[in-house]
Design a protein around this ligand. Structure first.
Ligand code: ZN
Length: 108
């Protein structure tokens, strides 16, 4: 099944299902082929870090975001909160809009 990826880097998204349900954050990276995104402060996992004195890295446990399925998040419209993405043609450009209030989701 082909999934169109409408989420972009720096979008505000809200987690709607899963372990981190209810959390909100900024999209750090999009992985279109996997249908996943990396969201700031969401799906944090602990990771062992090896000490590397040359890079001045102390060993220990660091927390890091892990990928979450795009179907588990919704884009947050500034006006009405988490909502579905619609599209509107703006000249020859397709613009992403909130499906509820039609507000544009892309900043220039
Ligand atoms: Zn809206």
């Amino acid at each position: 099944m082909h999934t169109r990826v409408d989420i972009k880097r720096n979008d505000q998204v809200k987690v709607i299902t899963g372990r981190d349900k209810g959390k909100q954050g900024r999209v750090l990276r999009v992985f279109p082929s996997e249908g996943k995104v990396l969201v700031e402060h969401v799906m944090m996992v602990k990771k062992n870090v090896r000490p590397n004195p040359q890079k001045n890295i102390k060993g220990g446990i660091a927390e890091q975001e892990s990928r979450i399925s795009i179907s588990n998040v919704m884009v947050v419209c500034p006006g009405c909160g988490p909502s579905r993405i619609g599209h509107k043609m703006q000249g020859d450009r397709r613009q992403r809009v909130c499906r509820r209030c039609q507000a544009p989701l892309d900043k220039k």
